[in-house]
Design a protein around this ligand. Structure first.
Ligand code: DC
Length: 265
């Protein structure tokens, strides 16, 4: 979706999708971005890329805060959307899309994302990605810290067993690894603990976010549920309206002008 050359300056449209691991955020965010013609920003991939760089440089993600912040500031990271829908993650020109999805990287990312100094730098870099164009951002704190003034905010959640099964499938597709469900549930439990208790950027349902329980929804149903709350978008013809745990929204709607620029008709 192109901006007209003589269009007045305005804030790019920002939509955030937060929630714990394995609730279907990535799929929903990717599909939504593609449907609305916006950029997809996977903030988890930025922490994973930093974890990868730290491991390569022999930096301990749990304690070496000084070296982590230096790495974070200089991280030569690119997120390149591919025609297939996959976003290629490149570090210094090297394709690390699959390498950052292993269990080791999940754990290292969980550790380093605890440090407030590291988060401050990563949040600045994430905002820079959305500087000029509209974005669908996905992560843990995108609606609460990174983009607190987002036009639309969503919070996805699901039952632990469902999340573990999804994560197992995702791991297998991305890296060929298939750890047991119990092992994955233990890891998710550990990562939830880290995510929910850190001093800044903790996983919370952002104020004004619409909560969607994805336990019994397909990816398509999740997308339809989200589109239902973006009234100016035109969802595919058969709109599914599942029972949602919703909260009164204080969400800014698209202006006429934003509609013209951002919503695909
Ligand atoms: O979404 P993910 O599993 O790819 O995220 C990897 C790690 O990064 C996860 O342990 C939490 C952290 N993370 C974060 O702290 N803040 C975000 N906005 C996104 C991810």
């Amino acid at each position: 979706m192109r901006q007209r050359a003589n269009a007045p300056t305005r804030q790019p449209v920002v939509i955030t999708i937060d929630g714990p691991a394995g609730v279907g955020k990535s799929t929903a965010a990717k599909q939504l971005a593609s449907h609305l013609g916006l950029i997809y920003l996977d903030t988890g991939a930025t922490y994973r890329a930093l974890a990868y760089a730290a491991c390569q440089a022999g930096v301990d993600p749990r304690v070496d805060v000084k070296r982590l912040t230096t790495l974070a500031r200089r991280l030569p990271l690119e997120l390149l959307p591919q025609p297939s829908g996959v976003v290629q993650v490149r570090l210094n020109g090297l394709d690390i899309t699959k390498a950052i999805r292993t269990e080791t990287m999940s754990e290292a990312a969980a550790h380093l994302s605890r440090h407030p100094q590291v988060r401050r730098i990563m949040v600045q870099r994430q905002r820079a990605w959305a500087h000029r164009r509209g974005v669908v951002a996905e992560g843990r704190d995108t609606g609460s810290v990174v983009f607190p003034r987002a036009h639309y905010k969503f919070f996805l959640d699901a039952e632990p067993r469902v999340r573990a099964r999804r994560r197992q499938r995702e791991l297998f597709q991305l890296s060929g690894q298939r750890p047991s469900l119990q092992r994955i549930q233990r890891q998710l439990h550990f990562r939830d603990g880290v995510d929910r208790t850190r001093s800044i950027g903790a996983l919370v349902k952002p104020r004004g976010a619409v909560a969607v329980n994805t336990s019994h929804l397909t990816a398509r149903q999740v997308l339809h549920a989200i589109l239902h709350y973006i009234p100016e978008s035109r969802p595919p013809s058969t709109v599914h309206r599942p029972p949602l745990q919703t909260q009164k929204r204080k969400i800014r709607r698209f202006s006429q002008q934003e509609r013209r620029h951002y919503i695909r008709r």
